[in-house]
Structures are given as structure tokens and as C-alpha cells.
Design a protein around this ligand. Structure first.
Ligand code: NDP
Length: 323
């Protein structure tokens, strides 16, 4: 074996033992880290590819207690990260790609090959944006199609764009885009929106947002970039085209739990099932928090709360089992 081969083998066999491994880094992960660190567990956190999670793509957060004047999602995540680092948390920006929860010492592997052994694992992997699955959508991603208005809205300033969805995310992103773009078409598949009343009122009061009720998107049009979309009114069957250059999708999320599917009990949509009122999963020593296990509330503050619960459960588990 040559020198390079030896190096590769050595790297792949890197093994570390920690008391508490935290997988994921949204409000749930950071809160778990703060609690676990203050309990002396010296947690190791793997943030995944998007440190901070979904809040990194959110504008103003007005409903997180303690911020009377609001705070942007990225600012809030910076605050939480700083707080986790202030105590004894090690944070790595990398994915966990495989786990073995045979226990009692659980194992996880990072994408660069590090093998981590930990008696307690806190899962806080959150959820990812869903796509429509229509022609043109995938082909034109990063060429006018986006699932993040806050990240990409800037590229469409003074242009006409469309956004699909009818929940709080779509309402919030439509309002955000309306500040940058000349016109925003909000495409709602039913004759009502799911978004909270205050968010809907904001949308309806914004002059350059046009809401298209009972409307579905059939195709994203364009060769190199988005040149328009074809929409259909599902009540009248009328098909028409909108000349937009940006197309945003805000139709909800899928929990990031695939890597745990062989070990943890998940519901039919992939959310981790926990003991009601607790963070316990079906595997002793593995605790779940945040959006990966919550399809009802899905708020930053509830995610933070369950992150706290998971860290407290992990600490209690380690103490009770003398691990
Ligand atoms: P939601 O699941 O609440 O809403 C998804 C929306 O997308 C629904 O209106 C749904 O329509 C629509 N939809 C789904 N599939 C399709 C499709 N194929 N074609 C067209 N439309 C489709 O997701 P959100 O991301 O909006 O919100 C998630 C959670 O986060 C919620 O609990 C929300 O309250 C919260 N949130 C809070 C914010 C805040 O308070 N600042 C900001 C953003 C989110 P239908 O209604 O017909 O099912």
C-alpha cells in the first residue's frame, strides 16, 4: 500500500468516544447543546449541511419570546450557537451518514469517516422543503426555481415572481418578496389559506401580491432560466401562463430522518415517534427533538423546548445507567 492509501485507512478509522452526541443544529440542537454542556456532558454536535436549520432561511421571527422587537432567523441561530459555544460544546459542520443504535454504546459515522461512540444521542435533524414534482421544477433549480425566498429573493428584484403555498411560510415569503419584486403571484390550490389570520391579512393588504385561488402549477417554463409558468384553475379548468422569472415553492417540509429509518420507529410520513410528553424514542439512549419528531407545532420555541427535554432526558439516562 502506498503512503496515500495508508493515510486514507488511518483517517477512515478515526474513532471518538463522547458522552452525548447531538445530530442537527436548529433551535432544538443548540438548546440541547446548551443544556447538555451545562450538565457537564461535553456534547459533540454535528450540524449537518445547513448549520442553524430552517431558521437560516426565515426573515423576521416575531413570536420567539425574549425578542420584543423581533430578530431574523439567522441572527437568532447565531445567538444560540454562541450560547452553545460559551459552554463546553464542540460543533462540527458535517453530516452524520450512518448510525448503529444496537447500544448500549451507540455508534454514528460522519461523512468524512469519523466513527463516534456515545451512550446518549440527541436527534435534532429537523425537516427539509418539499417540492411539487412538476416538469421544469428540478431542471431550473438555481436558475429561477427556489424553496427559499429569503435566500434568493434578492436575485429577482424589480421582477415578477410566483410562489406556491398557502401556509405561514408562503404568506411570510410572499410578503418578503413583495418588498423586493415588482409583482408577486401567490398560487393557492384551494379557495382558502391555511396561514394564520394575521399573516393572511398582511398578504391581502399588500398591493403588489395577487392571490390566485384554486390554482395549481402544471409546469415551469424556460430553457436556461425561468421564463414563465403554466397554471390551471382547478374549478374552471382554464389553463394560462404567467410571465414570471422567479418561481418559489413553499408547500411544507419532510422530516430529515432517513438515516435513522432502520432503527427508530417513524410514523407514515417519516416523523420520529416519541413517548408522549417525553423525548424518548424506541431505542434506550436515543432521544428526539425538534421538527424531526413534531409535525403539529413546528415552531422555533417548541423545537427549543423539546431540545431542552432531550438533553435533560439524556443526562438522566447517563446518570441512571452509570455510563
Ligand atoms: P404548512 O404545512 O403549514 O402549509 C403547506 C401549504 O402548502 C398548505 O397550505 C398546503 O395547501 C400547500 N401545499 C401542499 N402541497 C401542495 C401542492 N402540491 N400544491 C400546492 N400547494 C400545496 O407548511 P408551512 O411551511 O407553511 O408551515 C409549517 C409550520 O411552520 C406551520 O406550523 C406554520 O405555522 C409554521 N410557520 C410559522 C411562521 C411564523 O409564525 N412566523 C413562519 C413560517 C412557518 P393546503 O392548505 O391546501 O393543504
Amino acid at each position: 500500500m502506498n503512503a496515500v492509501g495508508c493515510l486514507t485507512v488511518t483517517f477512515a478509522l478515526t474513532m471518538e468516544q463522547v458522552k452525548c452526541l447531538i445530530i442537527g443544529s436548529g433551535p432544538a440542537g443548540y438548546t440541547a447543546a446548551i443544556y447538555a454542556a451545562r450538565a457537564g456532558l461535553k456534547p459533540l454536535m454535528y450540524t449537518g449541511m445547513q448549520p442553524g436549520g430552517q431558521l437560516m432561511t426565515t426573515t423576521e421571527v416575531e413570536n420567539y419570546p425574549g425578542y420584543p422587537h423581533g430578530r431574523t432567523g439567522p441572527e437568532m441561530m447565531d445567538d444560540l450557537r454562541e450560547q452553545a459555544l460559551r459552554f463546553d460544546t464542540e460543533i462540527r459542520q458535517e453530516m452524520i451518514v450512518k448510525v448503529d443504535f444496537t447500544g448500549p454504546i451507540h455508534k454514528a459515522w460522519s461523512e468524512s469517516g469519523t466513527e463516534i461512540h456515545a451512550p446518549a444521542v440527541v436527534i435534532a435533524t429537523g425537516a427539509s422543503a418539499k417540492w411539487l414534482g412538476i416538469p421544469g421544477e428540478e431542471r431550473l433549480q438555481n436558475a429561477g426555481v427556489s424553496a427559499c425566498a429569503v435566500c434568493d429573493g434578492f436575485f429577482f428584484r424589480k421582477q415578477e415572481v410566483a410562489i406556491v403555498g398557502a401556509g405561514d411560510t408562503a404568506a411570510e415569503e410572499a410578503t418578503y418578496l413583495a418588498k423586493i419584486c415588482s409583482k408577486v403571484h401567490l398560487l393557492v390550490r384551494r379557495d382558502e389559506m391555511r396561514a394564520s389570520k394575521i399573516m393572511q391579512e398582511r398578504v391581502l393588504a399588500t398591493p403588489n401580491i395577487e392571490v390566485h385561488w384554486n390554482t395549481e402549477t402544471e409546469e415551469v417554463l424556460g430553457a436556461e432560466g425561468v421564463e414563465g409558468i403554466r397554471i390551471r384553475n382547478n374549478k374552471t379548468g382554464v389553463v394560462s401562463e404567467l410571465p414570471v422569472t422567479g418561481f418559489f415553492v413553499a408547500i411544507g417540509h419532510k422530516p430529515n430522518t432517513d438515516v435513522f429509518a432502520d432503527w427508530l420507529t417513524l410514523d407514515e410520513t417519516g416523523y420520529i415517534i416519541t413517548t408522549p410528553g417525553r423525548s424518548l424514542t424506541n431505542i434506550p439512549g436515543v432521544f428526539a427533538s425538534g421538527d424531526a419528531q413534531d409535525k403539529i407545532y413546528r415552531q422555533a420555541v417548541t423545537a427549543a423546548g423539546t431540545g431542552c427535554m432531550a438533553a435533560l432526558d439524556a443526562e438522566r439516562y447517563i446518570t441512571e445507567h452509570g455510563l
